[in-house]
Design a protein. Structure first.
Lengths: 295, 222
């Protein structure tokens, strides 16, 4: 149990208009988990629970071997946390922030910090108040990365960034991943970013995890099958179909368990089989689960 | 006290450094103005009171509410500390900031009384009580800001504590044990003085201790 960087079991957190329910999540060392969900799905709540900033109403959370939230001070020694809406102290410069973090973390890597300053085109003498959104994200990322944490928790770090800034930030995450012992939990509703860096993906919607799997597994399992049925013919009952759109004699089927056997069942009516990208899988997955739950 | 708490206290002193300098200078200048005759006393006393009240309110507002509103609280809480340690660091850090302004302003208010012959020394006892009241008032504002999770509630605490200053002046000033010696040649440290001072210290102790029992034990801080 203790070798996992994050372990959540049966976690529940209730607010007046929102409940995060029966959340279970594992993150092993060296793993990058993309945590994908629409706005208000419970991504930030989950990450804050992992950091110990809020306490669960039920369930168990262990991070870096420490029970949360009680062990948060010790756990956070090994965690770098960056959130898209996190801001630095407005009356201090980036250089002051670097010295401040350095004085708390003996592992601070000054050489790496200097490299990141150059790479992100930041200036230590810049006041935090004058930083743009992109610069703020890069600055908080620098402060988190240069202390060489074993676990990075990133809450929508690329939201609101322009494409170039997003590329720079994502590239830096890729660099972090060269170290096999470091793990990342990365929340976003931008599936393109998640698809680039994650090796496992968890979908969350309306406070519940709807699916969790390896990225390749998702991409392999999900397909769109385009079928053309001659008049008077009907499709046989097919397993693992999670979506069906009829347009006259054309039918589009979405499956989450694609196999040659499934194609054989449809037979000669198949016109095309399409791979789905992560965004399409995410939307189809969420809609399927909402229908299944009668939402 | 661990290193993170020490660093956070130092952080408060750093980020509020110009505010501390400005508040101390204003407190000192007000006290000097107050020693310049009757009109000067009225103007100076008013600005002195305003300086100390505003300093306390702004430190609590900027130090706690704005940190939350401007999302820099997330940065602070990402550091290796517990909620209890954050509350401790905040209480000690902001109190240290206010203490500098308060000490400078209080000493500046007492010095002319004790040094200038034109001002009767008898008013020193009341001035000491007023100064300690202002410190107690700050601890109540700080306590309220740490407990309140909304700006509205914090504003309510500020309004109530501001009213407290007027109530203090209208109730403590006319107390026989204080009033009859106020314009005398020497300060009188009688039982009335010690009773009022005791009440102020008790309020201060309670306001300072409450966050350690309640805010520090809060399970949700964001």
């Amino acid at each position: 149990m203790n070798d996992k960087h994050i372990e959540m079991r049966g976690v529940r957190k209730t607010y007046k208009f929102f409940t995060l329910d029966d959340l279970s999540l594992d993150l092993a060392p060296g793993e990058v988990m993309g945590f994908v969900g629409p706005n208000g799905a419970g991504k930030s709540t989950t990450l804050r629970l992992a950091l110990g900033l809020i306490a669960p109403d039920a369930g168990e959370i262990r991070v870096m071997g420490h029970a949360m939230p009680d062990g948060q001070a010790a756990a956070k020694r090994d965690i770098g946390y960056v959130s898209g809406d996190m801001r630095l102290l407005p009356h201090a410069t980036l250089g002051w922030h670097m010295d401040f973090v350095k004085s708390i973390y003996p592992e601070w890597d000054g050489g790496y910090a200097a490299t990141l300053i150059k790479r992100f085109n930041l200036r230590p003498e810049q006041n935090a108040r004058s930083l743009s959104l992109g610069e703020h994200v890069k600055a908080t990322l620098l402060l988190a990365l240069a202390r060489r944490p074993r676990l990075l928790i990133l809450d929508e770090p690329t939201t609101g960034l322009d494409p170039v800034a997003r590329h720079e930030v994502i590239s830096e995450f890729m660099d972090v991943l060269r170290d096999d012992n470091r793990s990342i939990l990365f929340s976003s509703h931008n599936t393109v970013d998640v698809e680039r860096i994650s090796d496992r993906i968890t979908f969350i919607d309306r406070g519940r995890i709807v699916d969790c799997s390896n990225k390749e597994d998702f991409l392999d399992r999900w397909r769109r099958i385009h079928v053309q049925l001659p008049a008077g013919t009907t499709l046989p009952s097919l397993p693992n179909i999670v979506g069906r759109v009829n347009d006259g004699q054309f039918i589009t089927l979405t499956t989450n368990q694609f196999s040659e056997g499934l194609l054989a069942l449809v037979g000669s009516h198949v016109r095309d089989v399409q791979r789905m990208n992560l965004e399409e899988i995410f939307v189809a997955n969420v809609m399927h689960h909402r229908e299944a739950r009668g939402q | 006290m661990n290193i993170v708490i020490r660093k956070l206290i130092a952080k408060e002193l750093y980020v509020n450094r110009w505010f501390i300098v400005g508040g101390s200078a204003a407190g000192m200048a007000s006290a000097v103005i107050a020693s310049l005759g009757k009109t000067g006393f009225n103007v100076g006393a008013l600005t002195w009171l305003t300086t100390i009240i505003a300093s306390g309110v702004m430190l609590a507002l900027y130090g706690i509410m704005n940190e939350r509103k401007e999302q820099s609280l997330q940065f602070v809480l990402s550091l290796p500390l517990s909620i209890a340690e954050y509350v401790r660091a905040k209480m000690l850090g902001l109190t240290a900031c206010f203490l500098i302004i308060w000490l400078v302003s209080s000493v500046a208010a007492l010095m002319p009384i004790l040094l200038k012959d034109s001002i009767p020394d008898g008013i020193a006892a009341y001035t000491v009580l007023l100064c300690v009241f202002m410190l107690a008032n700050f601890t109540v504002v700080l306590c309220g800001a740490l407990h309140a999770q909304s700006e509205a509630l914090t504003s309510a605490v500020i309004i109530v504590t501001n009213m407290g200053v007027s109530i203090f002046m209208f109730t403590v000033g006319p107390l026989p044990g204080i009033n009859e010696h106020m314009w005398g040649p020497a300060p009188v440290w009688n039982s009335t003085f010690w009773t009022v001072l005791g009440c102020e210290l008790a309020v201060m102790a309670i306001a300072f201790a409450l966050p350690f029992f309640f805010a520090a034990r809060r399970r949700d801080f964001l």
